[in-house]
Design a protein around this ligand. Structure first.
Ligand code: PLP
Length: 361
């Protein structure tokens, strides 16, 4: 054996598991496993993507000027504080690369998004898991868990896979309660689904220790393109722009995302459909004896009696052509995460779960 070994931490990583998209022997499946927008992007975004076919010989704008301007205009933000990445996953990775490393700690919550731990370990840092309170981020527990070695705190708000969130005063209390050397990252992958919530943008502007991340992969229906962004104080932007690779976002990604963010009518329509169908789905599941916390995102975390029942239900759904997400890897073995699909998909999955609870196997 050659003595070629990766850096410490790398082999502790469980490779990220994306939501499945296929069932053996089936051509038609209902995929409710990755929190994708069931309607896809709007027509202007598709048109912009088509237009990007011309000029493929040219390198893209490495500063993402037009995309940052579009985001800033629509969300009422300062374009100078925006950094765009290959999905918000890249922003998370850049933050860990820049601020964490061997001998440091990165805090994430009990049922927090997998990429925080993966990015921390990738950079030799120690991930520290902090307990939640009944599947809700616990601000005091996070503050208590901070040490001299803590560099980053990641919370998703709303969180995936729980769907729960904390309010703005709790976010403020968290940002204000952290030691001076700790940067708070508020992951807003689902922020657009929450009426009247800015994803912590105002908190970013008011302080020097808060970063917000956002994505085009969920509400904007562009998961295939890989576009995300962060909103941050100037000192963090200057750091990330040193480690960010040049030309990280293709021209197609930049123009399509800019068109998508400007298409506010489509975003509003998708948001309204999600709100309506999310509560319909949660109510339908509850009637079948499957409770869930009130979700603020585009999925419902369905709770079963135990892991065995959750797995049996997942198997039954698969036999009916439906893919949902097992979340045992998120320490929720008795739960299944079900994305809010279009209306026929929601009806189908609720009906099948009803049949399962009535004894079908
Ligand atoms: C889906 C998701 C993301 C988005 O990742 P992208 O890289 O932007 O596709 C980020 N954070 C959370 C919590 C998510 O669920």
């Amino acid at each position: 054996m050659p003595k070629i070994t990766p850096q410490p931490g790398i082999m502790e990583i469980e490779p990220y598991q994306g939501g499945a998209s296929q069932i053996a022997g089936r051509t038609e499946v209902v995929k409710l496993s990755s929190n994708e927008n069931p309607y896809g992007p709007g027509e202007p975004a598709i048109e912009a993507f088509r237009g990007a076919a011309y000029g493929l010989n040219r390198y893209p704008d490495t500063a993402h000027t037009a995309l940052r301007a579009a985001i800033a205009e629509v969300h009422g933000l300062d374009s100078g504080r925006i950094v765009c990445g290959v999905g918000s996953d890249e922003i998370i990775a850049l933050l860990c690369q820049a601020y964490a490393g061997p001998g440091t700690e990165v805090i994430h919550t009990e049922h927090g998004f997998a990429m925080y731990r993966i990015s921390a370990l990738s950079n030799g840092a120690t991930p520290v898991e902090v307990a939640e309170r009944d599947r809700v981020t616990d601000v005091d527990a996070i503050i208590d868990a901070c040490t001299d070695r803590t560099r980053l705190v990641f919370i998703a708000n709303p969180n995936n896979p729980t769907g729960t969130m904390i309010g703005e005063s709790e976010l403020e209390r968290l940002a204000g309660g952290l030691p001076d050397h700790v940067l708070l990252v508020v992951d807003g992958a689902y922020a657009e689904y929450v009426e009247g919530y800015d994803g912590a943008a105002a908190l970013v502007e008011a302080r020097e220790n808060v970063v917000m991340t956002r994505t085009f992969s969920k509400l904007y229906g562009l998961g295939a393109l890989r576009v995300g962004w962060g909103y941050m104080p100037g000192h963090v932007r200057d750091v990330l722009n040193r480690v960010r690779g040049p030309f990280n976002l293709s021209h197609a990604a930049q123009v399509t995302a800019a068109a998508a963010v400007r298409d506010t009518a489509w975003a509003e329509k998708c948001r309204a459909n999600n709100t309506r169908l999310r509560s319909w789905l949660a109510d339908a599941l509850a009637e079948h004896g499957v409770p869930s916390d009130v979700s603020k995102a585009n999925f419902v975390l369905a709770r079963f009696a135990d892991a065995e029942e959750a797995e049996a239900c997942d198997d039954y759904l698969k036999s009916q052509g439906m893919i949902v997400r097992r979340v045992a890897g998120y320490k929720l073995p008795n739960c299944l995460r079900i994305s809010v699909g279009d209306e026929p998909s929601c009806r189908r999955v609720a009906h099948a779960i009803g049949q399962f609870k009535a004894g079908a196997r």
